[in-house]
Design a protein around this ligand. Structure first.
Ligand SMILES: NC(=O)c1ccc[n+]([C@@H]2O[C@H](COP(=O)([O-])OP(=O)(O)OC[C@H]3O[C@@H](n4cnc5c(N)ncnc54)[C@H](OP(=O)(O)O)[C@@H]3O)[C@@H](O)[C@H]2O)c1
Length: 331
């Protein structure tokens, strides 16, 4: 079976490509001519490469021809403008759906990798379920929600939508790397005490979950959260990181969420001066101060037989090892 993976060189996409190859699938990797392929350098000789840009429908016309299934993993996860999110995550999803529709008879499945950002926040006392009306609270979440809508409305290929919780693991250069770095320096930054709980998933588990969704006949037309069944707090996460690093007494820095406004504003200004996109920006504040980001993982367990099994301590250790081995963090 041959699978087209969009966003193959990204954090999640690279792990999915590895998992597919390990399980004997053939892979066509959708890349852009500008894509940095460091995360899949070892797999590149074993995959077929196709080039395409989500915002340019004409570049996608032939990308799904000759494959059996498509996993749409590509997305804009940080952007300077609202427009960039919508062009890639909403319009881009529609463009890919149309490309898949043009070979609908050949494709057995389209899996859209969406996000729990579409579901919206949920306190630990009431984990959010997939059936709940989506409550995205960021531009990113709203753009991903629209991407889901296009898939539901327009796909003529049997589809499944997966909504991963926050993903951590080797190759992640987003907020988790910043947290690892802060702990390495001896700090534990805790917003409002750091007790709000979040569902997480280790990236290798996520790759297995996406494959479980791809293979399941019962998953057609369904939406699944993919998350470790036990959510954790900021404090637990950072304590696990400190233990893995052997940082004996990290200094807990309790700061009220109001301080996030000047911090995010400064970070955003600095990023705009250097032409970069900061992970810490004003858009992030509602997500950071939400009472919790806990989603139920039960539906995937009941219907797909999938449980994210990597314990936080083991996932954190593997992630740290990778960061150090690859020079992203000093030992
Ligand atoms: N990481 C998380 O915590 C998390 C949580 C929930 C859901 N997700 C979802 O998981 C998926 C993968 O996320 P990730 O963390 O792996 O992100 P990532 O590392 O930023 O990778 C994004 C991928 O999308 C590609 N891409 C972006 N814009 C594109 C465009 N206009 N045309 C073609 N390709 C484009 C990128 O290609 P270039 O390298 O060329 O830019 C890259 O391969 C996304 O759908 C995201 O919404 C992630």
């Amino acid at each position: 079976m041959k699978v087209l993976v969009t966003g193959s060189n990204g954090f999640v996409g690279s792990h999915l490509v590895r998992q597919l190859l390990r399980e004997g699938y053939q892979v066509r990797a959708l890349l852009r001519t500008t894509s940095d392929t460091r995360l899949i350098k070892e797999e590149l000789p074993d995959v077929e490469v196709a080039y395409g840009e989500l915002r340019a429908p004409e570049s996608l016309l032939e990308v799904a021809r000759g494959v059996d299934a498509v996993v749409h993993c590509a997305a804009k996860t940080k952007a300077k403008t609202l427009k960039e999110y919508y062009q890639a995550n909403a319009r881009g999803a529609l463009n890919l759906v149309e490309a898949c529709n043009s070979c609908a008879g050949e494709l057995v499945r389209l899996v859209l990798v969406s996000s729990v950002a579409v579901t919206g926040p949920g306190p630990a006392s009431r984990p959010a379920v997939e059936e709940r009306t989506p409550r995205p609270i960021s531009h990113y979440g709203r753009s991903k929600a629209l991407g889901e809508r296009w898939v539901r409305l327009r796909s003529r290929v049997p589809f499944t939508i997966v909504r991963p919780a926050a993903v951590y693991g080797p190759g992640d250069s987003s907020g988790f790397l910043m947290v690892f770095d802060a702990v390495r320096r001896g700090w534990m930054p805790l917003i409002d005490g750091g007790l709000a709980r979040t569902s997480l998933i280790y990236v290798a588990d996520l790759a297995r979950g996406i494959l479980a969704a791809l293979r399941s006949d019962a998953a057609v037309g369904q939406t699944y959260h993919l998350a470790h069944p036990r959510p954790c707090s900021q404090r637990q996460l950072q304590e696990n990181i400190a233990r893995a690093m052997g940082v004996m007494r990290p200094r807990r820095v309790f700061f009220p969420h109001l301080l996030l406004y000047p911090i995010c504003l400064l970070s955003e200004l600095r990023a705009s001066l250097t032409g970069q996109v900061s992970m810490v920006n004003l858009q992030k504040i509602p997500e950071l101060v939400a009472p919790g980001w806990v989603c139920s993982a039960r539906k995937a367990s009941d219907e797909l037989g999938f449980t994210a099994g990597t314990p936080l301590s083991a996932g954190v250790r593997e992630t740290l090892r990778w960061y150090v081995d690859n020079g992203w963090l000093s030992a």
